[in-house]
Design a protein around this ligand. Sequence first.
Ligand code: APR
Length: 245
Amino acid sequence: MALRFRRIVVLTGAGISAESGLGTFRDKDGLWTKYDLNEVATPEGFARNPRLVHEFYSARRKNLLDAKPNAAHAALAALEEAAGGNLLLVTQNVDTLHEQAGSRNIRHMHGELLRTRCGPCGHSAADEDELTLERQCTACGRAGGLRPDVVWFGEMPFHMDEIADALGDCDLFLSIGTSGTVYPAAGFVLAAAHAGAHTVELNLEPSEGHSTFAERRYGPASAIVPDYVNSLLSGGRHGGTAIAD
Ligand code: APR
């Protein structure tokens, strides 16, 4: 089934994985209500107390290994299929639930929890194990410098040039499960709107940037994302009329 939209960019945040049992950051019992992000999600915090940072990310790794994608992740994989690959999925999430659901064209702009990077030599590799100061880098052999391959506050997000190009050329931008409080991701809707894209927010509640979106739907992602994708696939009111190939 052809879609009305030809070049789709999707941005996801922690809210899409909430119903899969992974915590969000800024909700009532979010991660940043239990940990001080300056201690566990900054280079300075890592330098000050690397063991605390290792504990924090090792616990999140364990949590992730038990988590399964939900209907929202599955709907986005189906949308990518229907879009014939003309869909770029940019996620702020460091989990692997989009991959597990079958999405392929994914950019983890905040890195990946199941990869470990060596601070001193930069080598990065897939890793599900506990992070410790004693573990040695498999490339340079040094111990004490292993960190999760994620982007901390004050560090540059990944894939920004490619994402900027995609935003400048898209005709549909979906923002799903994000509070719209952290830049540069929070500014993506403006770039997409500037490119003339139809912009849609799908979230549990209005985000910081809710008024910037042309269309907004609220509710749990596992319900509203499949509904919205189905309306696109069936050429529904919001999806416009489906155009035969
Ligand atoms: N369905 C849809 N949306 C949900 C659900 C749900 N079941 N549960 C929560 N949400 C929404 C919340 O309303 C909130 O707007 O998800 C959003 C989560 O916001 P945050 O906790 O701020 O997470 P996120 O926007 O992904 O944070 C961005 O901040 O801490 C950094 O690097 C971290 O990538 C993260 C970035």
